[in-house]
Design a protein around this ligand. Structure first.
Ligand SMILES: [Zn+2]
Length: 109
């Protein structure tokens, strides 16, 4: 992070307009586009401070982000863990409901 690139990252664009405003700034920066990797993000390197920025475009409910590479890794990991916890919680609730229904059925029978 330096005056040539960006003073701070963006962890999630609140709206498409915010992303548009950001995307218009991007070509004015002296960043170098890095070759695409297997993940669906775009990487830019700052020639001044050597920071590697990761851009994930917002799409649908996904808010996207523009973060230095290490922060982007932590951010996506945290999101994935939150997702997993939510799914596990949902499954637990279903299991509890099924057990309760089974127990009620046994008591009535
Ligand atoms: Zn920089």
């Amino acid at each position: 992070m330096c005056p040539d690139c960006f003073p701070a990252g963006v962890s999630g664009f609140p709206s498409w307009w915010e992303y548009e405003a950001f995307a218009q700034q991007l070509p004015r920066k002296p960043l170098t586009l890095l070759p695409a990797a297997s993940d669906p993000v775009v990487r830019y390197a700052c020639p001044t401070c050597r920071e590697v920025w990761v851009l994930s475009e917002p799409e649908g409910a996904w808010r996207g982000y523009f973060l230095p590479e290490p922060a982007a890794a932590v951010y996506t990991q945290r999101l994935m863990m939150g997702d997993k916890a939510r799914r596990l919680g949902c499954f637990g609730l279903l299991l509890a409901a099924a057990l309760y229904a089974g127990w009620r059925w046994l008591c009535v029978a």
